[in-house]
Design a protein around this ligand. Structure first.
Ligand code: FAD
Ligand code: NAP
Length: 544
C-alpha cells in the first residue's frame, strides 16, 4: 500500500465531487483556505456521473435545479428542456468544473476508507483505500444521500450468464439493448424512468414489480427561448422564493415552457364521486394536483388514490395488468414523488411483460433468468433498478472515528443522530452535507446543498476569526433537534404505518426504521440554522 506523509497544510478535506463537493471546494478556496476533494469516480457530477441509465433525468425545473452562487454562470448556461436529462446535467457539472478550475484540487479515482479525529492535533486523518493519508483541520462529507446502490441479495445471483447492470452505476459507454431480452427489477423512480426507454430498444422487456408506485406524467418539453430569457431576468426573485419555500422549488419551469403549473387549492372532500370521475376523464392523473388536502388528510388521500386507480384502468388495456399496476396498500405521497414519460403506456406494448411479484416472489436467479413462485422468466440482460442505501449509506461505508475512537457506525446503530443534519456530537470539525435531520432529499437538493456549504463556510470563518480550534454539537442540542425532527414528521403521510420508503430506511434489511430527513421546510430550516449561528453557535461547543 502506498502511504504518504500527512499533508499538514490542508484546511479542509472534502469527500465527494458531486454538486456539494464542487461548491464546497469553490467556496473554501474563495475564502483562502487550502482544500482538497477526494472522489471515487473519475470525474465530477456525483449522481449525474453514476446514474447514466436510459431515461435518467431531473424532476425539478432545470432553471431551478442549478447553482445560484455565481450570477454570470446563471446567465451563460442555457438549459434546453423544462427538466434536464442526465447528459445535460453532467455537461453542466463539467462546465462548472472548467469555469472555476475545480479539477486541479480534486483527486479522482480515490475512495476514502476511513477518517479519524486526532485529539492531540485537532485534525482529521483521512485515509484512502489505496492507503494515502490526508490531514486537515476540517472534514466535509459531501458523499451524497443516494450514492450507494442497493443490490438485493438473491439466491443464485452469481450464476446469471448475461450482463448485469445497476441503474445507479451505469457504464459510461452506455448499453445497447437492441435485439436483446431484458429483465428489470424495481419500479421506483429509476425503474419508471428507464422502463419506457429500454422497452423501445429491447426485443422484449420483463418488468419485475414488487410494489406498484404512484407516478405523475412529467409533461416535459423543450424550453422556449422566451421563457429562458424571462427566467434569467427573474433569477433574483426565483432564488429568493426557492429559499423561503417548503421544498426549494417554485415550479417556475411550468407554465412557460410547456407544462402547466397548478396550485392545489380545492379540497377533494368537497367533491362528489361523479365530479371526480369527470375530472379523471378530462385531466387524467393530473386532476389530483388540484387538491390541497391530499397530503394532509387520510380520507382525502384515499379519494385521490381512487381517482389515481381509475385513471390507471383507463390507460392500461389489459385489466389484469392494470390491476397489478394499481398501488393499494399505502398512501399517495408517503414515498418520494415519481414523475414519468409514457410509463403506463409502455405496458400496452406487445414486447413488455409485467410480473406482479405479489402473486409469487423471486425465488432465485438462474443462468437464463429469474425463477419466481409463479414461473420462470428468461432474458439476456438483467437490470437492477433497486435503489440505494439512502442518506446514511455512504457515511456507513467509511470507518469514521470521533473523540475517544468512537465509530460513527456504532453511534448511529439505532439510527442517525445529528444536530441540524450538519454535525454529530463527539465528531468535532466534521460536517455532513444534506445529512439526516436536514431538508435534504425532501427538497431541491441544489438549494439545500448551497445553504449547507454557505453555513459551513461561514462557521469556519467565524471559528478562525475567534481563534477557536474546534466546533462540535452538544448531545443536548442533538437530542432536542432529533425530537423536533420526529415531532414534525409525526402524523404526516411520510410516517404512516403502511409506508415503506427509503426515507424510513425500510428498503434495506436490518436498517432501523427512522424518518431521516427534516420535513419542517427549507425556509423554516434556513431560519433556524441562521439563528443558531447568530446566537453564538447555540448548541455547539467551540474550543480554543
Ligand atoms: P452526489 O451527487 O451523490 O455525490 C457524492 C459523491 O461522493 C459521488 O460522486 C461519490 O462517488 C462520492 N463518494 C461517496 N463516498 C465516497 C468515498 N468513500 N470516497 C470518495 N468518494 C465518495 N435531486 C433533486 O433535487 N432533484 C432531482 O430531480 C433529482 N434527481 C435525481 C435522480 C437520480 C437518478 C438520483 C440518484 C438522485 C437524484 N436527486 C435529485 C438527488 C441527487 O443526489 C442530488 O440532487 C445531488 O445531485 C446530490 O449531490 P451531492 O454532491 O450531495 O451527492
Ligand atoms: P427506489 O425508489 O428505492 O426503488 C427501488 C425499487 O426496487 C422499488 O420498486 C423496490 O420495490 C424494488 N426492489 C428493491 N429490492 C427488491 C427486491 N429484492 N425484489 C424486488 N424488488 C425490489 O430506488 P430508485 O428508483 O433508484 O429511486 C431512488 C431515489 O433516487 C428516488 O426516490 C429519487 O429520490 C431519486 N431519483 C430521482 C429521479 C428523478 O426523477 N429525478 C430518478 C431516479 C431516482 P419495493 O417498493 O417493494 O421495495
Amino acid at each position: 500500500m502506498a502511504e504518504t506523509l500527512p499533508d499538514d497544510t490542508l484546511d479542509v478535506v472534502i469527500v465527494g465531487a458531486g454538486f456539494a463537493g464542487m461548491y464546497a471546494l469553490h467556496s473554501f478556496r474563495d475564502m483562502g483556505l487550502q482544500a482538497k476533494v477526494l472522489e471515487a469516480g473519475s470525474d465530477v457530477g456525483g449522481t449525474w456521473y453514476w446514474n447514466r441509465y436510459p431515461g435518467a433525468r431531473c424532476d425539478v425545473p432545470s432553471v431551478e435545479y442549478s447553482y445560484s452562487f455565481d450570477k454570470d454562470l446563471e446567465q451563460e448556461w442555457n438549459w434546453t428542456e423544462i427538466m434536464a436529462a442526465q447528459p445535460e446535467i453532467l455537461e453542466y457539472a463539467s462546465h462548472v468544473a472548467d469555469r472555476f478550475d475545480l479539477r486541479k484540487d480534486i483527486q479522482f479515482q480515490t475512495r476514502v476508507a476511513s477518517a479519524a479525529f486526532d485529539e492531540r492535533s485537532n485534525r482529521w486523518q483521512v485515509v484512502t483505500e489505496a492507503g494515502e493519508t490526508f490531514s486537515a483541520r476540517f472534514c466535509v462529507m459531501a458523499t451524497g444521500c443516494l450514492s450507494v446502490p442497493n443490490t438485493p441479495t438473491i439466491t443464485g445471483q452469481e450464476s446469471f450468464a448475461g450482463a448485469v447492470y445497476h441503474t445507479g452505476n451505469w457504464p459510461e459507454s452506455g448499453v445497447d439493448f437492441s435485439g436483446l431480452k431484458v429483465g428489470i427489477i424495481g419500479t421506483g423512480s429509476s425503474g419508471i424512468q428507464s422502463i419506457p426507454v429500454i422497452a423501445e430498444q429491447a426485443a422484449h422487456l420483463t418488468v419485475f414489480q414488487r410494489t406498484p408506485n404512484y407516478t405523475m406524467p412529467a409533461a416535459n418539453a423543450p424550453l422556449k427561448p422566451e421563457f429562458l430569457r424571462q427566467a434569467k431576468e427573474n433569477y433574483p426573485n426565483i432564488r429568493a422564493e426557492q429559499r423561503a419555500s417548503q421544498v426549494g422549488i417554485v415550479g417556475y419551469g411550468f407554465g412557460f415552457g410547456g407544462a402547466e403549473n397548478v396550485e392545489p387549492t380545492e379540497e377533494i372532500r368537497n367533491t362528489t364521486a361523479a365530479e371526480r370521475q369527470r375530472l379523471v376523464e378530462e385531466e387524467g392523473f393530473l386532476a389530483i394536483r388540484r387538491y390541497a388536502d391530499v397530503a394532509l388528510d387520510e380520507k382525502a388521500n384515499e379519494l385521490a388514490c381512487d381517482m389515481y386507480r381509475a385513471q390507471v384502468s383507463r390507460v392500461i388495456k389489459d385489466p389484469e395488468t392494470a390491476e397489478a399496476l394499481m398501488p393499494r396498500d399505502y398512501p399517495m405521497g408517503c414515498k418520494r414523488p415519481v414523475i414519468d414519460t409514457d410509463y403506463y403506456e409502455t405496458f400496452n406494448r406487445e414486447n413488455v411483460t409485467l410480473v406482479d411479484l405479489r402473486k409469487g416472489g423471486i425465488e432465485r436467479i438462474t443462468p437464463q433468468g429469474l425463477s419466481t413462485a409463479q414461473g420462470e422468466y428468461a432474458f439476456d440482460v438483467l437490470v437492477y433498478a433497486t435503489g440505494f442505501d439512502a442518506m446514511t449509506g455512504a457515511l456507513g461505508k467509511i470507518d469514521i472515528r470521533g473523540r475517544e475512537d468512537v465509530a460513527l457506525k456504532d453511534y448511529w446503530d439505532a439510527g442517525p443522530r445529528t444536530y441540524l443534519g450538519l454535525q454529530v456530537a463527539g465528531f468535532p470539525n466534521l460536517f455532513t452535507v444534506t445529512g439526516p435531520g436536514s431538508p435534504s432529499v425532501l427538497s431541491n437538493m441544489i438549494v439545500s446543498i448551497e445553504q449547507h456549504i454557505d453555513w459551513i463556510a461561514q462557521c469556519i470563518a467565524d471559528l478562525d476569526q475567534r481563534g477557536a480550534k474546534t466546533i462540535e454539537a452538544t448531545s443536548g442540542a442533538e437530542d432536542a433537534w432529533i425530537a423536533h425532527v420526529n415531532e414534525v414528521a409525526e402524523n404526516t403521510m411520510f410516517t404512516a404505518q403502511s409506508c415503506n420508503s427509503w426515507y424510513l430506511g425500510a428498503n434495506i434489511p436490518g436498517k432501523p426504521r427512522i424518518f431521516m430527513p427534516y420535513v419542517g421546510g427549507v425556509g423554516v430550516y434556513r431560519e433556524k440554522c441562521a439563528a443558531v449561528a447568530k446566537n453564538d453557535y447555540e448548541g455547539f461547543l467551540l474550543r480554543a
